[in-house]
Ligand binder design. Structure first.
Ligand code: SAM
Length: 286
């Protein structure tokens, strides 16, 4: 069946030589903010959809996969995550997951584009329902600058929930930025970054691993998980630690977690860490 442009949103992925389409009911909003083009659609089967510069950011139906895997593995690996910084993440889904952890005392989110958060509040209210938590700090500015101005040893977990490495997000994938993160993290601090598709973006994943090691991080690991609406349907988050080995996840705490999740549990955490052969080989230069 041919796709009728009026009823479908299509994201083209040049690296994969592929495209992914969602059937839409209507376009709810479209604007050019100071930083990017933002569009919101009502889809037939995935609820609402947010698109930035033509790239799918999230849908109602499957964002839980990404937001849970960007937050819980890092927070359940750190022995006592009290101070968390989220860079990007303007839809606030990662912030909501982070704030489910009672040991978190402070979660600052630094999003460059305030319009993303305002639109999330309007069109994705369930993602933003922790924004008025007194532990949350919502800031609007450049995350690179924020980290540069952060004191040494002042953050336990940094989560980079950014767009792809182009435009304002480009510098979030640089060694210089990773070095500033390593400085701002406390001893045993954990860094985690969305790191694209294991299948389509293998070279970028290798660069992220090398960049983090060059910046002094130890034990760089990529977790992988399904994400139907992103290119290849398979996504990754790369995690690293400032010292020692990344410890085992806190299994008992994961099993006794005082909140519900839709994807994350001890099994999915451990499964996400199991590197497929090609993935392991390409990240180790084999
Ligand atoms: N889950 C999404 C994905 O991987 O496609 C990412 C979602 S979130 C909406 C990404 C956010 O990163 C965008 O709202 C964008 O404005 C923000 N961003 C990009 N570069 C940034 C920077 N240098 N500092 C802070 N936020 C940034």
């Amino acid at each position: 069946m041919a796709l009728d442009d009026a009823n479908w949103f299509t994201e083209v992925c040049d690296e994969g030589g592929t495209a992914f389409s969602l059937r839409i009911r209507e376009k709810l909003h479209e604007e050019q903010s100071d930083y990017q083009h933002i569009a919101i659609y009502e889809t037939e089967t995935f609820g609402r959809l947010m698109v930035i510069d033509g790239f799918i950011m999230l849908t109602d139906r499957d964002n839980f996969l990404y937001h849970e895997m960007m937050s819980h593995p890092a927070l359940y690996t750190h022995p006592a995550p009290r101070r968390v910084l989220i860079i990007g993440g303007g839809d606030c889904g990662t912030l909501r997951e982070v704030l489910k952890h009672p040991e978190v005392e402070r979660a600052d989110q630094v999003e460059i584009d305030e319009r993303v958060t305002q639109l999330a509040e309007e069109y994705f209210p369930t993602l933003t329902d922790a924004n008025d938590d007194e532990r949350a700090g919502l800031h609007f500015g450049d995350g690179i600058e924020w980290v540069r101005r952060s004191e040494d040893n002042s953050i336990d977990v940094i989560i980079v929930d950014s767009t792809d490495p182009i435009g304002p997000a480009e510098g979030l994938f640089d060694v210089a930025f990773y070095q500033e993160c390593a400085r701002a993290l406390s001893s045993g601090g954990i860094f985690v970054q969305q790191s694209e598709s294991p299948l389509y973006h293998t070279r970028l994943l290798g660069e992220i691993h090398n960049g983090l090691r060059e910046a002094g991080f130890l034990d760089v690991l990529s977790l992988h998980f399904p994400q139907p609406v992103y290119p290849s349907g398979w996504w990754s988050a790369t995690m690293a630690r400032t010292d020692d080995l990344i410890g085992e996840p806190r299994e008992d705490d994961i099993r006794d977690r005082p909140f519900t999740t839709q994807y994350y549990n001890y099994g999915t955490h451990m499964g996400a860490l199991a590197a497929p052969e090609f993935f392991y080989r390409s990240l180790n230069g084999g």
